[in-house]
Ligand binder design. Structure first.
Ligand SMILES: Cc1cc2nc3c(=O)[nH]c(=O)nc-3n(C[C@H](O)[C@H](O)[C@H](O)COP(=O)(O)OP(=O)(O)OC[C@H]3O[C@@H](n4cnc5c(N)ncnc54)[C@H](O)[C@@H]3O)c2cc1C
Length: 414
């Protein structure tokens, strides 16, 4: 295979981490993701005895759930380049499971911002967990506010009169939460904790946002049914309902507008940056599958890899994959450094990376289907799954159009 590692500054540790991840993900994640994808009923993905739980347990045992968390709390505190390499490999092996793992960490990272030691200890307990008993989700999207939440900041910001559906009202030392998050919340039907985006003052609409770390076993929390969708089927998604859920005020880790704005932008930069890395890996998987197929399929009396039209397609795919991979890695490292020093990330770069990688994954996997001919449409060939998974990614974490609008504002306004 002619793929090279173009980062010449990788240490022996980086290479060892990446290679160990590649092996584990190929042996454990890829086959599980394929098996889960084939289940016709999404309830079976999270049923007792599902292979998903075994995969999560093995993933937790190796510590992949705590990769970015601080060492003093039991995390691995991997440097951003290591995180980038592993995220690419996760997207290569199974993007659906990669997204599930990425959102799992979210509430446990925010727990650190609480003034209450008991809530801060959630991070430690999450790091100590080796059974995947603690899992998380990022609950922002609502049935009537998808893109509105993505565009809450910037010129395209929704008007103040647009009021989010999940509201938190103060009541003494507590907040009382009511409302519903949409069926798109990843890990929504099983996560034990949520990083929950709420509206703190309906008179100010989207501008009065808050972020709470909410244990989802509290009275008044209920879940919807797992969503049935065309791609990323191993990724569980579902609604979360809040009916007079009381949380201590210390669980509302962002109440002040400036903090909410900083954290929301940081979250978007991290999420989009991760999507860029992950789906550059998925695009590479599409190319990898296509090269393997082109080297084995004979038509016109020779391997199809010897036909000029197939060669041109493969090299065009390669150009796109390497461009997406390069941008994704540079953006992740750049924003990672800014966030480490508590500086605002360059959100529009993360948006660019997410858009480029997901559109590359979709285009390259479509070319891959073409190279596979009729077999590319069959479930027996992995390229068919990659194509569906990549399609979902162009909507995930903000539609690419809405991200481009938000990115353009940031570009124009510095
Ligand atoms: C696989 C997957 C995983 C996801 N995971 C999560 C998760 O973990 N947590 C979570 O909370 N959410 C999650 N989401 C939700 C995702 O962020 C939303 O689907 C996305 O923000 C779009 O919102 P929507 O689906 O409501 O579409 P809408 O906002 O209704 O958009 C519909 C169409 O209108 C366009 N549009 C909307 N508003 C504007 C505007 N102002 N200007 C121009 N065009 C506009 C959009 O581009 C789109 O084409 C996930 C989605 C997917 C597909």
């Amino acid at each position: 295979m002619g793929f090279r590692e173009l980062n010449v500054d990788l240490s022996a540790e980086h290479i060892a981490l990446r290679d160990a991840a590649t092996k584990f993900l190929a042996e454990v994640w890829r086959p599980a993701s394929i098996a889960l994808d084939k289940l016709p009923d999404p309830n079976d993905v999270i049923a007792e005895g599902s292979i998903l739980w075994d995969v999560l347990r093995r993933t937790w045992q190796l510590g992949y759930h705590k990769m970015p968390l601080p060492k003093e709390l039991g995390g691995l505190e991997l440097d951003i380049l290591s995180l980038s390499l592993i995220s690419e490999e996760m997207g290569f092996a199974a993007p659906d499971l990669a997204v599930s793992l990425a959102v799992c960490t979210t509430p446990f990272a925010y727990a650190q911002l609480s003034p209450d030691q008991e809530i801060r200890d959630l991070t430690k307990r999450f790091c100590e967990d080796t059974e995947a008993k603690m899992t998380g989700c990022w609950a922002i999207t609502e049935p009537d506010h998808g893109s509105d939440w993505i565009l809450f900041d910037g010129e395209q910001a929704p008007e103040a009169k647009i009021v989010p559906q999940v509201k938190a009202v103060p009541d003494g030392d507590y907040y009382v939460i009511n409302g519903q998050k949409s069926s798109w919340v990843s890990n929504g039907t099983f996560a034990t904790h949520a990083a929950l985006w709420v509206c703190l003052d309906p008179s100010k609409g989207m501008a009065a946002g808050g972020i709470a770390v909410v244990p989802l076993k509290l009275p008044g929390v209920s879940r919807g049914k797992p969503l049935n969708k065309i791609g990323q089927r191993a990724l569980n998604q579902g609604e979360i309902f809040f009916d007079n859920v009381r949380i201590p005020k210390t669980m509302m880790v962002a109440q002040d507008h400036a903090i909410f704005k900083f954290l929301s932008n940081a979250q978007l930069a991290l999420a989009n940056g991760f999507m860029g890395l992950c789906f550059s890996g998925t695009a590479r998987a599409a190319l990898d599958e296509s090269i393997k197929y082109a080297r084995s399929r004979v038509q016109g009396g020779k391997l199809i890899s010897k036909h000029q039209s197939v060669k041109l397609k493969l090299f065009d795919m390669f150009v796109s994959v390497e461009a997406a991979r390069s941008l994704a890695r540079r953006v992740a490292v750049y924003n990672g450094q800014l966030l480490k020093h508590l500086q605002s990330p360059a959100v529009h770069y993360a948006m660019a990376s997410k858009i480029l990688s997901t559109e590359t994954a979709f285009r390259v996997s479509s070319q891959g289907v073409q190279i596979h001919g009729g077999y590319g449409l069959c479930k027996d060939h992995y390229i068919e799954k990659i194509f569906r998974d990549a399609r979902a990614a162009m909507i995930e974490d903000g539609t690419n159009e809405v991200l481009a609008l938000g990115g353009a504002d940031r570009l124009l306004n510095g």
